[in-house]
Write a protein that binds this ligand. Structure first.
Ligand SMILES: [Zn+2]
Length: 59
């Protein structure tokens, strides 16, 4: 079985003392979820963006 579920993405707790990563379902994207550890409300406003990958060096 695969742990990479479709429609699920990771969010990080904004609390600097927590920083826990949690998996959030696609349906909760525009909702506010509470961190499982510190109960900090995490607003999930936009889909996660891919970090810019550095282009391969050209010769
Ligand atoms: Zn937290």
């Amino acid at each position: 079985m695969s742990a990479n579920l479709p429609g699920v993405f990771a969010v990080q707790c904004p609390n600097p003392r927590c920083r826990k990563f949690m998996l959030v379902e696609e349906q909760d994207r525009h909702n506010v979820v509470a961190c499982l550890l510190c109960k900090t409300p995490i607003r999930i406003a936009s889909p996660p963006r891919r970090p810019k990958t550095t282009p391969p060096p050209r010769r």
